[in-house]
Ligand binder design. Structure first.
Ligand code: WT7
Length: 635
């Protein structure tokens, strides 16, 4: 990828006076100073803007670090803020969701309608035995039912675990098993690039490998023929037609939760192959996501918001589902591929639905840039007011293209840095702040970030180091599901008292942060987070492979792509066909996003004397670069 970020430091884009005067935060410096002086009070004041069934006794409990607690003693449910309270205001009649399917079908839900659907489905879940604290796995495409399913779980106090619909058999199996879900909510399929993604058959195969799931609820989306196992599988529309849903019907009490009760778990990739589920809670999370969305995307009643992320990722959880609904926003959601049937599909929908705030990923921008400006210019995008990006560093060239071609130089670009673990934006501009293409700006109000060396000492401005966060925040992860030691080890042990992000970064003289990328065994492919260990274990699960190592190498569009190095079992001959088979095998086990761009066969892998694969050395060799310090290399 052409990274011209080092030259972009001096390039600054200032907001227009109209943007500043209309913004929720007209003066970054003033609010930042205020929040910095007392971040606990800052968050307490923001929490007061939401509804609580009972107030907190303490805003932040730091007595058992790093197991921080927020809004201690408070009672709430995020669904009460996202749906219930709007029913008593004029917003019941406002659109909550506008949805377009890839084939062009359209569905809309007012806040009233979404609430009704969620209540009906919550009643169905209860009738199937779901209770507070149960884990429920959701595996669907981008259809309205995924939103309904998540909210229905949260409403009854069950913990949803959404698995991205692009994952496949083994990734799905491992995550269902780890969460011990008894219920699985899915769809027959989804539309992508004019083809059907056969979700239900992936489910069938995954369930052959696990024992915990008792019932599967299937939304009919594509209508192709699927196998329905008697006594296990039920059609969503059949269940909604049953007396249980009809008579209790449109009403379902929202379970009143403790602020610290888990809302969802979400699996993400780490340094080992074992699935790692991040735990988020009802209380702090709702305050964090609503506040960040309101300030960073300057949400007003009349806006139409489109975040292109899939609900299966944290971006979808926080900024497709929860934050927009809490703020009473109208969101747009699209099922399929950005370039189907033509590369102007997204812009056509921006025009058609009058989207004025648009939030996507650098990889998507780079992918669309490739087709040229004419596709964008065919559509009237004058409705746009603000743009955003997330997922990986954006190269200034893509930033400028986005700003110029999509935003017509009128729309500030919010480059938001955050993670599954942080739940909400952590380093980000607001529309009134000066922007530097390629930098996510400064920490959000109340937060402090630092770039440190191996020993934890801050490095001078302009030098690269490890990015850490210095203060707790309300939407922070509370633990790793079922593995509190891993939580402490992974995030809080290297520099006690500071949160380790896993990224490297630089800070410039103006306090702007320039994130460089992951420093651990996580690879970002098209902004999707993948672990080397999970891909390696998929490769080794193939009968021909004895050992495998994977690395990420730079790619113009995807940011990085996977390259795999395999040692074959004795007697297995390397061949181009076998390389293809292995690529397909990884696609089948983990998902198409994890499929290696290249598989190479090797006799041995560079390892330390203790047997750890030195991926850094593989990477340097593959790029013809200096191998660096190889004193620990065996042989
Ligand atoms: C990693 C977290 C949270 C949204 C989706 C990603 C990278 C994220 C940016 C950005 C540079 C970014 C980091 C981070 N990242 N946003 N604006 N600039 N890098 O969540 O899958 O948990 O990945 O994404 O490397 O650690 P995630």
């Amino acid at each position: 990828m052409a990274d011209d970020r080092s030259t972009a430091d001096g390039e600054v884009y200032l907001p227009t006076p109209e943007i500043v005067s209309a913004a929720h935060v007209p003066d970054w410096e003033a609010l930042s100073a205020e929040a910095d002086a007392n971040y606990v009070k800052f968050w307490e004041d923001r929490a007061r803007e939401l509804a609580w069934h009972a107030p907190w006794q303490q805003v932040l409990d730091q007595s058992n670090k790093p197991f921080y607690k927020w809004f201690v003693g408070a009672r709430t449910n995020i669904v009460h803020n996202a749906l219930d309270r709007h029913q008593k205001t004029w917003r019941r009649n406002k659109l909550a969701l506008i949805w377009e399917g890839e084939p062009g079908d359209l569905r809309t839900f007012s806040y009233h309608a979404l609430h009704r659907e969620v209540c009906q489905f919550a009643n169905v879940l209860k009738s199937m035995g779901a209770r507070k604290g149960d884990r429920i796995t959701i595996y669907m495409g981008r259809i309205p039912e995924i939103v309904i399913a998540m909210l229905a779980c949260a409403k009854i106090g069950a913990i949803h675990s959404v698995i991205y619909g692009g994952f496949s058999v083994e990734a799905l199996h491992g995550r269902i098993e780890d969460s011990q879900s008894k219920l699985l909510l899915t769809a027959d399929g989804g539309w992508l690039n004019g083809k059907i993604v056969r979700l239900k058959s992936i489910v069938d195969e995954a369930l052959q490998r696990c024992g915990c799931v008792e019932h599967v609820v299937v939304v009919k989306r594509t209508g192709h023929e699927v196998v329905m196992e008697q006594g296990r599988d039920y059609w969503y529309h059949d269940l909604l037609g049953l007396p249980i849903a009809r008579t209790d019907g449109d009403r379902c009490e929202t379970e009143v939760m403790d602020a610290e009760d888990p809302l969802f778990i979400l699996y993400t990739s780490g340094t080992t192959g074992k699935p790692k589920a991040i735990v988020h809670t009802h209380g702090g999370y709702q305050v964090g996501v609503a506040t960040t969305m309101k300030y960073v995307f300057d949400i007003k009643e009349e806006d139409r918001w489109w975040c292109t992320a899939d609900p299966g990722w944290i971006t979808g959880h926080s900024y497709v589902v929860y934050a927009p609904l809490i703020l009473g926003t109208t969101s747009f959601m699209y099922e399929g591929a950005a370039t189907f049937p033509y590369p102007d599909r997204w812009w056509k929908m921006v025009e058609r639905y009058g989207i004025n705030i648009f939030y996507t990923a650098p990889t998507a921008i780079r992918g669309l840039m490739r087709f040229g400006e004419a596709w964008v210019n065919r559509r009237d995008l004058s409705c746009l007011r603000l743009l955003g990006t997330v997922g990986e560093p954006i190269n200034p060239e893509a930033w400028r293209w986005y700003h110029r071609t999509v935003g017509k130089q009128r729309c500030p670009v919010m480059d938001t840095w955050w993670q599954t673990e942080t739940g909400m934006f952590m380093i980000t501009p607001v529309p009134s702040a000066p922007l530097k293409p390629g930098s996510a700006g400064r920490p959000f109000f109340g937060q402090q970030a630092e770039v440190v060396d191996e020993s934890g000492k801050p490095v001078p401005d302009g030098e690269e180091g490890f990015l850490v966060l210095k203060r707790p925040w309300p939407a922070m992860l509370r633990t790793v599901y079922g593995d509190p030691d891993r939580y402490v080890q992974q995030y809080w042990s290297k520099y006690p008292g500071r949160y380790l992000t896993g990224d490297s970064a630089k800070r410039d003289k103006d306090g702007y942060f320039w994130v460089i990328g992951r420093v651990d065994d996580v690879i970002k492919v098209s902004g999707y987070r993948l672990g080397t260990a999970e891909i390696e274990s998929a490769l080794v699960s193939h009968p021909s492979v004895a050992e495998a190592a994977v690395i990420g190498l730079p790619d113009e569009i995807k940011g990085s792509v996977i390259h795999a190095f395999c040692i074959l079992k004795a007697g297995v001959a390397p061949s181009p066909e076998l390389a293809d088979t292995l690529k397909q095998h990884v696609g089948h086990e983990i998902g198409p996003i994890a499929r290696p761009a290249e598989v190479r066969f090797v006799e041995k892998l560079p390892k330390t004397r203790s047997g750890k694969i030195m991926r850094r050395v593989l990477k340097a060799r593959a790029q013809g670069m200096d191998e660096g310090d190889v004193s620990t290399l065996e042989e």
